[in-house]
Design a protein around this ligand. Structure first.
Ligand code: HAM
Length: 431
């Protein structure tokens, strides 16, 4: 009996979730290896926490009345046990949960980092995706402005290492909870006086999150936001000392910044220092990195009170910026491409390939058995600098023909015969 197969409708990726294809993969890897080396230079160690966490971790950690928790989380009920689970919309809450669960801070502070995907249900546009990647860096258990400064200086070093010049630092202090409470009361009074011009979000947040009302993009509310009482004016001596200490250290390091009293960040856990690095070269989504101090979060999530500070870099945005500043050079698929003709040569090719890899070369052995001409085309397209040719003559003589494919790598006679036991040395010594 003939089985009917229904035509399958092609499946596309989910909107706002991108594939990284081979042409770009090399750039991502290059970027990640620069980043890992940079982090090692400051003693940061890698941690990896699950992509899925209990929803209440983020509700509590990031704050119930934030855009992220109110409308951007991918949350679902685990069909097996009814738990509410969420795809992490950021990494700080998960890293802090892990540090509490495993008592990481019991004998000393910790410098940790994590790289990976995070998920936010936002409206996709350039630089704003629903799955994106962060380099998340957290200094857990450090109280002083020296660590805040170290993190910022460290970022400036990364921009320099990548050859980026168009990134600026914006800085603010959010003070301590009591200072924020006093400011909040004054702010609510101010907002109440301008109630008639508040938009829907503004009305809704007037009492629940008045600070965020100032973060509005609504032009009709700008003047009201500009004349609002400033948190900075409510800071006590200690908060000011922390901020002054940071500014002094940044001045010592020659780092410029703009004090931006409106910088409040979209997550509720911050206190004292907050900062963002921004650029004009990415259109509307110009923030490549954001972070700050979150001295209350560890306790809020059930841990022994300990201060902390950190940041996250948006990898897609930073890669976009890097590509504009330093256009990527094409990355070859391999150094050596082995072409072959005939069954004996094909078997030899597999062995030669392994022998060359033993010597540390990157090698593609042509798969299948097509004509020399099409194999050479592939060799050329691979970007390899040299082709190794194996045919029946070479098999009989125990040699390989070597052909340098790039004029600059060669200066060599077009093709030469090399004994198989000398092949790796010859290939490595030439270019
Ligand atoms: P965040 O500001 O929400 O902070 O995100 C950090 C960075 O992630 C942003 O500056 C931006 O570059 C990138 N980003 C955010 N949303 C998107 C998106 N939809 N598409 C592409 N990139 C995006 C945090 O997540 C905090 N956990 C940072 C932190 C760590 N604070 C202390 N420690």
């Amino acid at each position: 009996m003939k089985k009917m197969t229904q035509a399958f409708q092609k499946v596309a990726a989910i909107r706002g979730m991108n594939d990284v294809l081979p042409g770009d993969g090399a750039r991502w890897e290059q970027f990640e290896s620069i980043v890992r080396e940079w982090l090692r230079g400051y003693g940061y160690r890698n941690v990896r926490t699950p992509v899925l966490e209990h929803t209440r971790l983020f509700a509590r950690g990031i704050g119930e009345v934030t855009d992220i928790v109110e409308k951007e989380m991918y949350t679902f009920t685990d069909a097996l046990n009814g738990d509410s689970l969420t795809m992490r919309p950021e990494m700080t809450a998960g890293v802090v949960r892990a540090s509490i669960e495993h008592n990481l801070l019991y004998d000393r502070p910790q410098r940790v980092y994590s790289i990976g995907p995070v998920f936010r249900h936002e409206r996709p546009q350039r630089g704003r995706y629903r799955q994106f990647h962060q380099i998340d860096v957290e200094a857990l258990g450090f109280a002083g402005p020296d660590v805040d400064a170290e993190l910022i200086v460290m970022l400036a070093r990364l921009w320099k290492r990548l050859g980026l010049t168009d990134v600026r630092l914006e800085l603010n202090s959010l003070g301590q909870p009591a200072e924020r409470a006093a400011h909040r009361a004054a702010l609510i009074e101010h907002l109440e006086r301008h109630r008639d011009i508040l938009d829907e979000d503004g009305q809704r947040r007037l009492y629940s999150n008045p600070l965020r009302v100032l973060d509005t993009k609504n032009p009709a509310m700008q003047a009201m936001a500009d004349s609002a009482p400033r948190l900075f004016d409510f800071l006590g001596d200690e908060s000011r000392a922390h901020f002054d200490g940071l500014c002094q250290l940044l001045a010592d390091a020659g780092i410029e910044y703009r004090l931006n009293p409106r910088l409040v960040r979209g997550l509720d856990y911050y206190n004292l220092t907050v900062f963002e690095w921004v650029t004009d070269r990415l259109g509307a989504q110009g923030t490549v990195c954001g972070g700050g101090r979150y001295d209350g979060l560890i306790e809020l999530l059930g841990g022994k009170p300990a201060p902390a500070v950190g940041f996250a870099i948006g990898m897609e945005r930073l890669l976009d910026l890097w590509e504009q500043s330093v256009p990527p050079a094409p990355t070859p698929e391999c150094e050596v491409y082995v072409v072959h003709q005939g069954e004996a040569a094909q078997r030899l090719a597999a062995r030669v390939g392994e022998q060359l890899r033993d010597a540390g070369l990157s090698v593609i052995v042509h798969a299948g058995s097509s004509g020399f001409k099409s194999q050479f085309k592939r060799a050329d397209a691979s970007g390899a600098r040299v082709a190794v040719i194996l045919g029946s003559d070479e098999v009989a003589a125990g040699t390989a023909s070597v052909k340098f494919l790039r004029a600059d790598a060669a200066g060599e006679a077009a093709q030469q015969q090399v004994a198989l036991d000398r092949l790796a040395d010859v290939l490595k010594s030439k270019g």
